[in-house]
Design a protein around this ligand. Sequence first.
Ligand SMILES: Cc1cc2nc3c(=O)[nH]c(=O)nc-3n(C[C@H](O)[C@H](O)[C@H](O)COP(=O)(O)OP(=O)(O)OC[C@H]3O[C@@H](n4cnc5c(N)ncnc54)[C@H](O)[C@@H]3O)c2cc1C
Length: 852
Amino acid sequence: MAQSDVDVVVVGAGFAGMYLLHELRKTGFSYRVLEAGDDVGGTWYWNRYPGARCDIATTDYQYTWDPELHEQWQWSEKHAAQPEILRYAQFVAKKHDLYSGIEFNTRVDGAQWNEVAKRWSIHTSTGETITCQHYVMATGCLSVPKEPDINGTEKFTGNVYVTGRWPHEGVDFTGKRVAVIGTGSSGIQSIPHIAEQAKELVVFQRTPNFSMPAFNGPPPQDRVERLKADRATYEHEARYSGTGVPLEDSTVSALSVTQDEAFEMLEEAWQKGELLSLGNTFMDSAINRKANDVVAEFMRMKVRSVVKDPAVAELLSPYKHGYGTKRPCMDTGYFETFNKPHVRLVDLNAQPIRSITETGIDFGKESMEFDAIVYATGFDAMTGAIVSANITGKNGVTLKSKWEHGPLTYLGLTSVGFPNLYMITGPGSPSVLSNMMVSIEQHVDWIRDTLVHMRENSFDTIEPTPLAEEGWRVHCTDCADITIFQEANSWYMGANVPGKPRVMFPYIGGVGRYRMACEEVVAKGYLGFELAGSTKKQCNDGLVRQVQPDVDMVLDFISTLNLPAMETMSPTEARAFSEASSAMRPSGPEVGEITDGVLQGADGELQYRLYRPATPGPHPIAVYFHGGGWVFGSHTSDDPLCRDLCAQSNTLIISVNYRHAPEAPFPAAAEDGFAALKWVHANAAALGGLAEKIAVAGWSAGGNVAAVTAQMSRDTGGPQISGQLLLCPVTDGSHQHGSHIENGERFILTKSLMEWFWNHYATPEQRKNPQASPLLASSLAGLPPTMLVTCQFDPLRDEGNAYARALMQAGVKVEHVEARGHIHTSITMVDMLPSGAPHRREMARALRGFFS
Ligand SMILES: Cc1cc2nc3c(=O)[nH]c(=O)nc-3n(C[C@H](O)[C@H](O)[C@H](O)COP(=O)(O)OP(=O)(O)OC[C@H]3O[C@@H](n4cnc5c(N)ncnc54)[C@H](O)[C@@H]3O)c2cc1C
């Protein structure tokens, strides 16, 4: 008789539930494992449609926790078919005696948290109630087939099949008239097989999908060799990779090569017949629409090269979503199938299904009769199985209601209000955007270790804090926001299920980065969790990821380079270093014209670079001052940012090469700034600009020069300024603000580098002068409208914030943007860091606003 009260209840006996069962036994927890099906394997138990295969190579799609398996089990194919993967699951279950620990044909239909007993009550389809301390949903991301939302499905009297619930005995379509509805992965895999048997096959397609041939065969020899040579390293690389397969990340932009070169590279990836190789060819195809178009066009070219009827080829070619933004597919002869005379493609956009009838399908103006209809309509992915298991947490709140507007989890593993509830590959974890074997093993390990930790430390419950959960949601959204995934109506976005909230369900920040976040949470004493026992409580509340994800990647990359600190260099060396770094960045958008010239500074001529919009002039003008701590930089050093501002704001940008310290210390830069403004004002018409519409702008030390120039202009009756745009400005050299300490180490501009800049530019006494520290001006009244941007992880954040506040208090119209998750340099990194783009758009809008 099974125990009715156990430590852990696990729902599901797919690869996740099987491994967890093994680990629970190993660590001595009592358990019940409940599975709706009558065998192990989950996905590979249910999805028995013809052609069902994994599309991650079997060298990677297998367990790593039992090293003996690598000797005892040999895969016959690169992409194993469903029967072989199911046999593998059964083999593992037998080897480890897992069958004896699983209760099959047992569906869990409800669970309630008992706050007094600190236990879950679980209800099963057999009428039993089980109580447990920990409740684990190993219910799978793709285990609830989506009901077809089509009129009249119940009327059809012929045979009906659902790919995700395929009959165990198989189906013979020989001589049959068959309709397949849906062209996602299951449709794409099954259609060629069904076509081989059917007398007539009609494929109903709503959305064409990208698919590449699997070129199936034996497991890839190069991988097999790598595994044999050093399995531990291979597996480590997989765990810390972007997708759970150890591939080298591309460093090539699709926009940096010609189309011929791009297609050559893509052809090489194509020939490998591996799902992830195409998407991995270019570094920017997931984040840049134009880069993605290169891959998408290559794929469409491939469709055209196979499908003989150009009209059908066009219908099979995706145009409305980017490559990879819906799950790309792998096929064997899919597109070729449409060359067969008995196969027809119906475009549901042109001929929608009106109704399923008793004998067939009415669509567009046609009616067709069928013997069988196959629904390959996908899954209620990621949340379907968890939500339908009716989980009620604290205070009677159901998970379904909590997730009404989108799943809220901490790390995709846990959720506030649901103590001791764990989800394996839940929403907010990499899950379906990964080789799921790697993700499953990671989650099982994490849960096992957490349970052991709690037992050893006498904690009864674990629950994430609202702060940590909200922070994780924001981080997940930040990750999604820098990609183009949200443009697609994909099941990643819940778009395939009517009424499902439209959010990015999986975590798109990468398998390795995700794993590091989970590790950090544990290393910091379960950061963001509250652990409680009868006599003690522990809560290290906080956020595990705050820096914008793309900024974080750049910081990580820079840290691998072991670059010398700039403040250890001479000014000449620092200038050379800065120029060399700038030479490697993208150039920024096209503008109408770029010309270089000289203007009159405070003590001689200064170079300038003029960026003219492509629209007819004359234009408003922004006199721009570059960053570089008054020591390095030039009129060309902020080129990408100047181009971006020019193109987006339709403003003529004049970037000034003011004099630099230590050769020309304070007040040279300030005086040059003001002189440049006067010169531009006097020469505006000749430059193609409007003298009555001039703003100043600058970044960092250049922001300081811009702010000081605005004050000098106000104080001396100089040219009327329409506005000042200050990005991370230096405003106060007289004392250290908190952010100098808080952000002083890790974020490119460091506290010591800032001190080095000041030491070259101004003496401690000079720093008290408002022309060095504009925050110290006796009054800020009368200054022009201001757009001031500060960055959360910038040492200069607090002095920028202080300047914004002081301007407001002085009655100046101020728009202050506090850029969350950004560092001193990130907003200037045009075409490198997508997360900076919205702030640059804001800056350009503000600039336009100064002149309206
Ligand atoms: C056709 C197809 C191809 C795939 N190919 C790949 C691939 O190539 N690479 C890859 O990484 N991933 C692939 N996947 C994803 C695949 O789901 C995972 O790789 C993996 O098998 C998931 O294992 P799991 O144990 O987490 O979930 P599942 O295998 O889905 O198992 C979950 C189990 O939970 C049971 N269950 C659910 N709810 C309840 C309940 N309320 N009560 C009782 N039991 C319940 C289900 O019956 C099921 O057996 C594919 C998925 C599909 C559908």
